[in-house]
Each structure stands twice: as C-alpha cells, then as structure tokens.
Ligand binder design. Structure first.
Ligand code: SF4
Length: 136
C-alpha cells in the first residue's frame, strides 16, 4: 500500500490528508495528516468519507465531443485537445478576450490550483471573465 500526502479538495480549508492506495491502484481510503498545520489530524466527514465519486460508474473516463445533434462521441485526448485549441483560437479576438472567453474555477481546487487558473485566464487567454463555483 502507498500513502500519498496531499490536500483535501472539498473546501477551501485545505486540510492535510493521506490517500491510501493499494498496489493495484485501488483507492482504499483517506486518513488525516497529524502534523498538518491546518487540520492537525482532524477531518470533517467529507474529508474522511467523500471519495466514493472516484469509482462511480457515472464518472467520465474519456473525453467526449458534443455532436451537432446533441449526442456525444467518445474521442481520444489528442482529438479533444485539438478541439479545445480550435475553440480558443476562434474565440480569441485580439488584445482583450473578456467578452468571448470565460472560465469557471472550483471551490474544490486548492488555492494554488485556483491561482494558476486565474493566471492562465489573464495571461494566456487574455480574459478577466473568471469566476468560481461558490458564487454560482
Ligand atoms: S476535511 Fe472537511 S474541512 Fe477539511 S478541507 Fe476537507 S472538506 Fe474542508
């Protein structure tokens, strides 16, 4: 078994956790990090038990592209990335893309991930239309 130290992504508190993974990659459970500066060995119920989504049969495992008739077609990651690049290029109108590109980040990301999302939006995509699921 491997114990991977990381940050709980369920809320902005950022509690320290270990993700316990079997040798075959199966997620076994979550345990708290007793030395973590924020959580000090404590987790709420979401932190302890909220990992069932990882094995949920409804979870997407491959990229999908929406077809003209509204159905979805499973595609490779390469085809999906090409489609994303194509869409961004079409939406980038010039120096300021605030009116054509918007990004949604997530309260389930770490502060660092949300910081990177904001940087990517402003510096690479040149949009200030960025929001967060806590306001939706
Ligand atoms: S364990 Fe609970 S309080 Fe801590 S980050 Fe996760 S959801 Fe938030």
């Amino acid at each position: 078994m491997k114990r991977l130290e990381t940050t709980c992504g369920y809320c902005g508190c950022g509690c320290g956790i270990y993700v316990n993974v079997a040798d075959d990659g199966t997620l076994l459970g979550i345990t708290p990090s007793y030395n973590h500066v924020v959580s000090q060995g404590k987790l709420c119920s979401k932190g302890w038990h909220g990992f069932g989504f990882v094995r949920d049969s409804r979870r997407l495992n491959n990229p999908l592209i929406r077809m003209a008739d509204g159905s979805f077609r499973e595609v490779s990651w390469e085809e999906a990335y090409d489609k994303v690049v194509e869409g961004f290029k079409a939406a980038m109108t010039g120096g300021d893309n605030t009116e054509t590109i918007g990004m949604l980040s997530s309260a389930r990301c770490t502060n660092e991930e949300n910081f990177l999302m904001a940087k990517f939006a402003r510096a690479a995509l040149k949009t200030s239309s960025i929001d967060h699921c806590a306001r939706l």
